[in-house]
Design a protein around this ligand. Structure first.
Ligand code: ADP
Ligand code: MG
Length: 232
């Protein structure tokens, strides 16, 4: 589904990603962990061209994202993204947040978009909040809406950048439960997270990034038994 081949990214003189290569197969869940500043967000953002790679290639669904010929907007529609700080549209209701892109970008009718949105809201347990504005929701509810909003575009891949890091502990669980459901349903996912229990339980592979280099890329069982990691 995703192939990353020798990806480099620099900001000015700062080399942030230094030759990352990996593959994510359809239906795989990959957890990306590593210290702050190691390039995790940059790596994720390169995967949907929110950052332009300095060099290297990225393929999504067989299409080269990094090719000058690729249609960035169309490719981006295939990739949903969920951020630490939700980024909901504050002036739109929950339902509006879910129907806006499908209607404006995909040209889906209002009734169809609404029906789809309601199905997704039911799935994340928030149908009764359909007419609320984001400011009236808890952090956990906001993040579940953000996940539903990304899913409303029917992406092939979902990217999550520390989706639970801004949440109070009691809300972390409800968001992880939604993500676990999604993983079980067969969604291809890349998740930057500090939730080691979740990574161990849900991920097919764990990627450990340090100073822009992929130090480990292994199944959780193997990964969590690596002595050097346990030691730090
Ligand atoms: P992580 O998500 O692992 O904490 P980031 O990918 O956010 O790491 O950042 C990695 C490095 O890249 C940091 O040193 C950060 O300051 C730098 N960086 C990230 N984005 C930019 C940017 N837009 N301009 C300049 N430097 C950046
Ligand atoms: Mg980050």
């Amino acid at each position: 589904m995703i192939k990353v081949d020798n990806l480099y990214k620099s900001f000015g003189k700062v080399d942030v990603l230094k030759g990352i290569s990996t593959e994510i197969k359809k239906g795989d869940v990959v957890a990306i962990i590593g210290p702050s500043g190691s390039g995790k967000s940059t790596f994720l953002r390169c995967m949907n061209l929110l950052e332009k790679p300095t060099s290297g290639k990225i393929y999504v669904g067989g299409e080269e994202l990094t090719s000058p010929k690729s249609n960035v907007l169309r490719v981006r529609q295939q990739i949903g993204m969920v951020f630490q700080h939700f980024h909901l549209f504050p002036h739109m209701t929950v339902l509006g947040n879910l129907t806006y892109a499908p209607m404006t970008v995909k040209g889906i009718s209002k009734s169809e978009a609404t029906e789809k949105a309601e199905t997704l809201l039911r799935k994340v347990g928030l149908l009764e909040k359909r007419d609320e504005y984001p400011s009236r929701l808890s952090g956990g509810q906001k993040q579940r809406v953000a996940i539903a909003r990304a899913l409303a575009m029917e992406p092939d891949v979902m990217l999550f950048d520390e989706p639970t890091s801004a949440l109070d502990p009691e809300m972390v669980k409800e968001v992880l439960a939604v993500m676990k459901d999604l993983a079980t349903s067969g969604m291809t996912m890349a998740i930057v997270t500090h939730e080691m229990g979740f990574a161990r339980e849900v991920a097919d592979r764990v990627l450990f990034l340090d100073q822009g280099i992929l130090m480990e890329d292994a199944p959780p069982n193997e990964f969590f038994s690596i002595t050097s990691f346990r030691a730090c």
